[in-house]
Design a protein around this ligand. Sequence first.
Ligand SMILES: Nc1ncnc2c1ncn2[C@@H]1O[C@H](COP(=O)(O)OP(=O)(O)OP(=O)(O)O)[C@@H](O)[C@H]1O
Ligand SMILES: [Mg+2]
Length: 351
Amino acid sequence: MTKRFGAITALDDVSLMVSRGELMTLLGPSGCGKTTLLNLVAGFLIPDSGEIAIAGRRMTELPAYRREIGIMFQNYALFPHMTVAANVGYGLKMRRIAKAEIAHRVGEALALVKLAGLEDRKPRQLSGGQQQRVALARALVIRPQVLLLDEPFSALDRNLRASMQVELKEIQRKLGVTTIFVTHDQSEALSLSDRIAVMADGRIRQLDTPDEIYRHPLDRFVASFIGDANVLRARLERIDGAVATVALGAARVAVPARTLQGAAVGNPIDLFVRPEGLRVADNEGAAAVHGLVAAQIYQGGHIDLYVEVPQALSGRVLLRVPSHEAASLRPPGTRIGIALAGDAAVAFRAE
Ligand SMILES: Nc1ncnc2c1ncn2[C@@H]1O[C@H](COP(=O)(O)OP(=O)(O)OP(=O)(O)O)[C@@H](O)[C@H]1O
Ligand SMILES: [Mg+2]
C-alpha cells in the first residue's frame, strides 16, 4: 500500500504478510509510518493505492466496524463514567449481543487479563497497569480476527511494562490471535515478536525474526537502530562467495559478504560488532585492537566497560564484562587488548 498526506508519503509501496496466529511487530523511529499502517489495516484510513485482505477476504473498502478487529491504542482512553464491565462489554453491546452472553464473555475476558472481581470499579479506581488490562480485555472480547496494538505500554513504568509484555505474550499465544504490535522500543520488539518489520521513511527495511534482525542486519540503519553496536574501521581483505574476510588490526574476521556489495578488496569498511561480540584479550596474541579503559559502569549482573580505541568510529567501544571478573583490576587509564568473541559481526561499506 501507499498512503500520502499532501506532500508527505507516509507509506511508500509497502507489502506485508502476517501469518495466522503470528505476533508481528512494526518497529521504527517516530514518523516512519507505523501508526499509518495500523490505521489502514483497521480501516480508519483508505490507501492511495494497494489492497488489504484478511484471511483471503478483501477489506480495502470495508468500514472499520465490519472488519472484526480488536484495537488498543496508547491513548485509546476508557470511558471514565462506565464500570470496568461496561467498558469491556461495550463492543458487544454495539453488536447487539444478548445480555447474558455479554456478561459471560466479559467475565471470560477479565479473567484472561487477571481482573476478575473488579467488574464494578470505575477506571479512575484502577492503577495504570490495570487500566491497560481493561483496554486489552475490551479489544479481545469481540474475538477479533486481528489484534492491533499501537504502543500500548509506553505510558507504563519500566517494571510494569515488562510484566505486561510477558502477559500479553502469554495471552496472545493462548488465544492464537493474529497480532500487529507497534513500538519504537527495540528491546520490547526483540522480546515479544515472532517477526519484526523494521521501518524507516515509510518503507520496510528488513522483515525477519528478532534473532536474524539482531545478528544479521541487512543495512547500517537496521544495525544501528536495533541493539548496541560498536563500529570499527577495518579493511576488506578477501571475498570468497558468501563470506568476506575483514582485517581489523592483527585479527581476521569472517562476515557475510552480502552486505558488502560494491566494496572492493583493500577498501575501508565498517565492522559492526555487538558488545557481547567483544572481550578483553587474555594475551597479546589474541588482541585485535588496543585501547585505554575510559569508564566502567556497574550494572548488577555485568559491567559496561568503555574503552577508547582509535579504530572505533565514535572513538570508543562498549564491552560487557561479567561483574565477578574483578573489575578493580582495570581502572580508567589501563591499557587493554580487545579480541573478537564469536562470529556475530557484520560489515558495510565505509561512509
Ligand atoms: N493525518 C495526517 N495528516 C498529515 N500528515 C500525517 C497524518 N498522519 C500522519 N502524518 C505524517 O505521516 C508520517 C507517518 O506518521 P505515523 O503517525 O504513521 O508515524 P509513526 O511511525 O506512528 O510515528 P510515532 O512513533 O511518532 O507514533 C509522519 O510524517 C506524519 O507527520
Ligand atoms: Mg505512531
